[in-house]
Ligand binder design. Structure first.
Ligand SMILES: Cc1cc2nc3c(=O)[nH]c(=O)nc-3n(C[C@H](O)[C@H](O)[C@H](O)COP(=O)(O)O)c2cc1C
Length: 164
């Protein structure tokens, strides 16, 4: 199976856009735009996030053992661009884009995110280029009920139409 066909098919999978954040052991903030995030279990409340090991988050979260999944609203497209490395912002500078707070654990939390899941890293699993962060959710916040989600489909940012 060729990677081209896989990528082509994955482009047709609509993803909720998130920024996965963490802190390094010296307290430095880092984040990465990611759609490879999925609910894992309800009891305990757990989720997984798949990040490239070359990213700062992929490097730092397995050591600090904390991370947060911030689910973006349509209005936060600029945040997604910055944390995807498309604006020239690097490392801590990315947090100049968007309005950032922090959870009690210290993980960066995006104000007005649709939802935010603060996680304790339960385990990390290496697979090829990526690391699967398995997180036990310790705290959640939710944004305004009417918020429009930021989605990614066919290589472009989009949003959801009203319910059918
Ligand atoms: C919509 C979108 C979704 C992405 N999803 C992921 C993802 O799930 N996991 C991942 O490792 N990188 C993902 N990326 C790529 C990273 O955001 C990008 O490589 C980023 O620059 C890596 O951060 P770094 O500067 O820390 O290396 C995505 C990018 C975009 C635009």
């Amino acid at each position: 199976m060729g990677t081209q066909a896989f990528k082509q098919a994955m482009r047709r999978v609509t993803g909720a856009v998130t920024v996965v954040t963490t802190r390094g052991i010296q307290g430095e903030r880092r984040g990465v735009t990611a759609t490879a995030v999925c609910s894992l279990s309800v009891a305990p409340p757990a989720l997984i996030a798949c990040v490239n090991r070359e990213t700062w988050v992929g490097q730092l979260a397995p050591a600090s053992r904390i991370f947060c999944v911030n689910v973006l609203a349509r209005a936060q497209c600029a945040v997604a661009e910055a944390f995807a490395g498309r604006t020239g912002h690097v490392a801590e500078d990315r947090f100049a884009v968007g309005d950032w707070d922090e959870h009690e654990s210290g993980t960066p939390a995006l104000r007005d995110a649709i939802a935010s899941f603060d996680c304790r890293l339960e385990r990390s699993v290496d697979f090829a280029s990526h690391v699967v962060l398995v997180g036990e959710v310790v705290r959640t916040t939710v944004g305004p009920a009417q918020a429009e989600p930021l989605l990614y489909f066919d290589g472009a940012f989009t949003t959801a139409v009203p319910p059918i």
